[in-house]
Write a protein that binds this ligand. Structure first.
Ligand SMILES: [Zn+2]
Length: 272
């Protein structure tokens, strides 16, 4: 074998090894071509920007509730996000029924979400879903795919393969997070939404919350979207809520078993 071919193979092998990760809970293997630290650094900047652009809520009850839930879930995901510097913010946006989580442990809830998430268990199901997108590195995967087809800049690629290239742009990242279009239009593909539903269900159960609340939130979303078909984000229309509900119901026995094992369980377990 001649030398250039050999070094190319070594480079490819390095890329494949370094760029592979395993999604928590599901164990799915996925490719990652972007630099974790780069994504986190940019996410932190974007979160600060969100705090400047949106009114941060001063509602004590909601802030306390979100922090109480966030603390329990962050303990459960500790090993999936060991470097997270957690921060949970309520934004005063009563028309926006949505929430998001970013690399680095930054979580935002828009106050419209309280229309469908009225209890700790229900809010925990949404937060868990959003954090699941982060631990599963769905943003990294989406960016990696975009990099592969050349729709975003090549920096942040691993291993100095493209040394000297300009960095991953904030624009590209915010597009993936869905923040450029005013939160609406944000949705991962259906497989990733369902994966986040499944992982989130296990997280909330491990944190001691009632996983049945994930179903009641989805039902409430279904009612809201019937009222107003143009709804963003967490209630993204694909996959449909009924399809997501069926998957949640399928996973419910496993989730209830996880909750049974949970050391932070507080309330009684409802057997249904
Ligand atoms: Zn989602």
């Amino acid at each position: 074998m001649n030398v250039p071919t050999h070094s190319l193979l070594v480079a490819l092998a390095t890329l494949l090894l370094a760029g592979c990760y395993q999604v928590p809970v599901t164990g799915r293997r996925a490719m990652n071509l972007v630099d974790d630290k780069e994504v986190t650094k940019m996410s932190l900047g974007m979160f600060d920007d969100m705090k400047r652009r949106h009114k941060v809520s001063l509602d004590r009850d909601r802030i306390d509730q979100l922090n109480r839930i966030g603390e329990r879930i962050s303990k459960v995901v500790f090993w999936d996000m060991p470097d997270a510097d957690w921060e949970f913010i309520v934004f005063d946006e009563p028309k926006v029924i949505n929430a998001f989580a970013m690399a680095g442990g930054k979580v935002g809830v828009f106050s419209g979400l309280y229309k469908v998430a009225k209890t700790d268990d229900q809010l925990a199901s949404v937060i868990s879903h959003e954090i699941a997108h982060v631990t599963a590195k769905h943003v990294h995967e989406k960016l990696s795919r975009d990099l592969a087809v050349g729709t975003v800049g090549t920096v942040g690629m691993i291993g100095g393969m493209v040394a000297g290239a300009p960095g991953l742009t904030v624009d590209a990242l915010s597009q993936v997070y869905g923040l450029t279009t005013g939160i609406s239009g944000f949705a991962f593909d259906r497989a990733k939404e369902k994966e986040a539903d499944y992982i989130g269900l296990m997280y909330m159960a491990r944190a001691g919350y009632d996983p049945n609340a994930a179903v009641s939130v989805m039902e409430a979303l279904e009612l809201e979207t019937a009222k107003d078909p143009i709804q963003p984000g967490f209630l993204s229309t694909h996959p449909s809520h009924p399809e997501r509900i069926i998957q949640l119901m399928d996973a419910m026995p496993k989730a209830l078993a996880e909750r049974e094992k949970s050391s932070v369980r507080t309330g009684p377990i409802l057997v249904r």
